[in-house]
Design a protein around this ligand. Sequence first.
Ligand code: KIV
Length: 261
Amino acid sequence: MAITPTQLLDWKRQQRPIVALTAWDTAIASVLDAAGVEIILVGDSLGMVALGYDTTLPVSLDTMIHHTAAVKRGVQRALVVCDLPFLTYQESPAQAMGSAGRILRETGAQAVKLEGGYPRMVETVVRLTEAGIPVMGHVGLTPQSVHQLGYRQQGQDPATAEKIRQQAIALAEAGVFAIVLEHIPGDLAASITEQLPVPTIGIGAGPHCDGQVLVTADLLGLTVKQPPFAPAYMNLRHTITETVHKFSGEVRQRQFPRLNH
Ligand code: KIV
């Protein structure tokens, strides 16, 4: 059965951890789905890991729609969430509605994610959820604000920690069904998780969130510059290199194709 935002709320109440990973194409998405991942996020990090940009800022709405539609074609069970890319929602709730509407209509994704918790964003969440569009929030390190925040851990001093907490509370009251907490101290993430009625999904935010998300390229060891909080569970770059060397060797030795090929 397909996973819904309501199911995630039940899992928070039952203290059942939620598993989330990113995907950007059908092949990876279908493997993650079959392996039981509950949220598949088409994150705009695909701009960096799949398209080679230095930041997520150049990613367009059309690009997100293209990749999310591909992901959705590979998924039967997981909840598919698509990032609203930079400057396709920050201008006004009406702009956000247009962008989110296109994503849901053109890709089949069930939800969108947006970054930040300042008052305009809270108003946007109210408008989207009133229109029946499930929204995931994202506070702490928000990569679309890289030129303001860098990629440093956020919430290290009491004032910024309190600001992140207030943003998370305001987003939850506005109606998000879950919130990504990125690169904040573990004790801050733990206390926000305890305080919020909706699930927190951590990345670089310690073990006490309701769920965890990683960029799949980081998990698999495919990323060139691994973030400090995202351990690789395997070295796929090495495995691919060895496999390509084996194939190249066989081609050069005229051992491939064999007769049964
Ligand atoms: O873009 C992305 O992949 C994300 C995750 C890091 C949460 O937002």
